[in-house]
Design a protein around this ligand. Structure first.
Ligand SMILES: [Ca+2]
Ligand SMILES: [Ca+2]
Ligand SMILES: [Ca+2]
Ligand SMILES: [Zn+2]
Length: 251
């Protein structure tokens, strides 16, 4: 079936393998990261012309649009992907208003890709272009590589690749929440999750200056989190500053 994206001028044919399914967890604590998204009922947005198109959940519509941008980005050269998967029939699934896990302040701001089925789970306030791009990239990296997300340097490289693609998608679409290119007094170029409306501090990371958030930019420098001294979160999500800074310098 030929599927046409309303918002894109890209050749409609590339959307043949785009099959978005968006669901709404509505902050229900019973609907968690590890439950298959199907238990939560029906799609609130789906691929046209067959999918539901009438949804009043703002973030569901936003996620639908951003997933379309991610698909268009990776469908184009040099990636030429069929979708995040290698299967042209793979569904592109997202869940909004998901309660995943609280941060250090007890606030539920997480966004994660479930490695079992590549459903992208987004907490309320996290649906931004670079964050959706980041999670979509996790699905791509999970398809194409053996980079273990929960393993030391492999995890940091995995995380860095996702920051890089998320930020490139962010820069390519020309959209800024504030309407300009400055957020909280900082440039939004090379800023990670700067438009997030849930995190206590944004941007969450800076690719051009990881030190601005206490993250390393050089391997084994003092800010580097050693695996036996820190939990997964730190050494994966902070040590990716090394790859992020490398990308910034190369661009
Ligand atoms: Ca941005
Ligand atoms: Ca943007
Ligand atoms: Ca950004
Ligand atoms: Zn990640």
């Amino acid at each position: 079936m030929l599927r046409v994206d309303r918002s894109s001028s890209i050749t409609p044919g590339v959307f043949q393998a785009l099959d978005r399914h968006i669901r709404d967890a509505n902050d229900n604590p019973q609907v968690t990261y590890w439950t298959h998204y199907a238990i939560d009922g029906n799609d609130v947005r789906g691929e046209l012309p067959a999918g539901p198109n009438d949804c009043n959940v703002f973030e569901a519509n936003l996620l639908y649009d951003y997933l379309g941008e991610c698909h268009a980005y990776f469908s184009a050269s040099p990636y030429d992907r069929v979708n995040w998967s290698t299967d042209p029939n793979a569904e592109t699934r997202g869940v909004v208003r998901a309660l995943l896990e609280p941060d250090a302040n007890g606030i539920w701001c997480s966004a994660e890709r479930n490695p079992n089925d590549s459903t992208i789970w987004m907490g309320q306030g996290t649906v931004t272009d670079d964050c959706v791009g980041h999670e979509y990239a996790h699905a791509v990296v999970g398809t194409d590589t053996q980079l273990d997300y929960v393993a030391n340097e492999a995890g940091a490289i995995n995380e860095s690749l996702c920051d890089i693609w998320g930020e490139w998608i962010d820069q390519a679409n020309g959209k800024h929440r504030s309407g300009d290119s400055v957020v909280s007094g900082e440039s939004d170029a090379w800023a990670i999750f700067e438009d997030d409306q849930c995190l206590a501090v944004t941007p969450y990371r800076r690719m051009d200056d990881p030190h601005a958030r206490g993250h390393p930019e050089l391997l084994y420098e003092p800010n580097y989190w050693h695996f036996n001294q820190a939990d997964l979160y730190e050494f994966t999500h902070y040590n990716n500053g090394v790859g992020n800074k490398l990308c910034y310098l190369l661009c």
